[in-house]
Design a protein around this ligand. Structure first.
Ligand code: EPU
Length: 337
């Protein structure tokens, strides 16, 4: 257990935050010792993976930060059509995807180049270019931080939704995820339904894409829109795309004919939060060192030494502008600590 540790390198907004207590977990078994310690019992706690989806409001985190860094990937079993891998929570998500793509296994290629760790991926059911983590998820292993029990969660028990799971809602902070098991395809089924991806492949003249082609395309699209956190602090999309009733969407369409929305189900439409932010003139706008990215309006960026509160303030100004203009309330995707 260390004291007064800088989290500057452990959050992608690049905020200068100090944690009063800090420890790393390099092997899942260490958790059983950790939960017996008085610091664990008495302090406020934060479980940190890659720090790519968290905004620290203050420059001091008064509590215990548990940094998950266990490593390892195991092939659990193989059938005629599938491979099952167990991956440690502390592994880099992007490295895992690259490895699967190199092997030609299908299912994760649309999720290339997403920052963060494997253990954090199920918590918010990461998603991109028409695929979500739940599509290749098999089960996960977690430790109950109250009882110390090791528990398995299957797909249903995770209650996955759009950028959410049971670990973000009902069971928030109760479990520490140590491993995630994935089911990948040996005979990949390519998913190029997402318009931007389809268009990109078409422009390149790629007719029958391989998983490698998809992965390369996704990486290139992401690099063109999303800022590199090592250059410009950010945590990807700051808000979720709001899901609204079709009737409300139709009303908005009358007033704003170019509004961007995609049918989510028979009754609901998911509308582009980036479009809403852009239309309220927040795209590329900044207040001091905090602002919204000029290439993707949904990405809140730290242009220099912005504080967590300054970033949050700018986010709330944009949120307020969207309420005033469209009567829609944006929900945060990023976690506040
Ligand atoms: N758009 C704008 N203005 C902008 C950017 C985009 O009007 O500044 C429009 C685009 O023209 C497009 C639509 O908004 O029609 C969607 O844009 P994009 O494809 O960039 O996706 P997004 O909805 O803004 C979501 C995810 C991203 C993911 C991309 C690609 C959420 C909250 N975000 O963004 O995930 O990479 O789709 O699938 O669902 C993340 O979660 O951190 C993240 C980056």
């Amino acid at each position: 257990m260390d004291r007064y540790v800088s989290l500057n390198k452990f959050n992608t907004f690049g905020l200068n935050v100090t944690a009063s207590f800090y420890c790393t977990i390099t092997d899942a078994s260490e958790i059983f010792e950790l939960i017996k310690e008085s610091v664990f019992k008495n302090e406020r706690k934060l479980i940190l993976g890659g720090g790519s989806n968290v905004l620290f409001l203050d420059d001091f985190y008064n509590g215990l930060v548990i940094h998950i860094e266990n490593k390892g990937k195991t092939l659990l079993r193989e059938t005629a059509h599938n491979v099952y891998f167990r991956v440690a929570a502390g592994e880099s998500w992007s490295d895992f995807v690259d490895e699967m793509v190199q092997c030609g296994y299908g299912g994760v290629e649309n999720l290339s180049f997403i920052p963060g760790t494997v253990g954090a991926a199920p918590i918010q059911n990461i998603g991109a270019y028409g695929t979500e983590l739940k599509d290749i998820f098999y089960q996960l292993t977690a430790i109950d931080l109250i009882t110390g029990e090791k528990v398995f969660f299957n797909k249903e028990e995770c209650e996955f939704g759009y950028r959410t799971s049971v670990f973000k809602t009902r069971l928030r902070d109760r479990y520490l995820i140590t491993h995630v098991d994935f089911k990948l395809n040996k005979h990949p089924e390519i998913n190029i339904n997402y318009a931007a991806l389809n268009q990109f492949l078409y422009n390149k003249g790629i007719v029958n894409p391989t998983v490698k082609d998809i992965s390369n395309a996704v990486i290139e699209i992401r690099k063109s829109k999303l800022p590199d956190p090592s250059v410009l602090g950010n945590a990807g999309s700051f808000f979720k795309n709001p899901v609204i009733h079709n009737l409300l969407f139709q009303n908005l369409q009358q007033e704003f004919p170019d509004i961007i929305g995609h049918k989510e189900s028979n009754d609901f439409t998911k509308i582009s939060a980036a479009w809403l932010i852009e239309k309220t003139n927040w795209k590329g706008k900044r207040v001091g060192n905090a602002g919204f990215h000029d290439k993707q309006a949904l990405v809140l960026v730290n242009h220099g030494n912005a504080t967590g509160r300054e970033l949050f303030h700018v986010a709330m100004l944009a949120k307020q502008a969207v309420i005033e203009n469209f009567s829609i309330e944006l929900d945060m995707e990023v976690n506040i600590a």
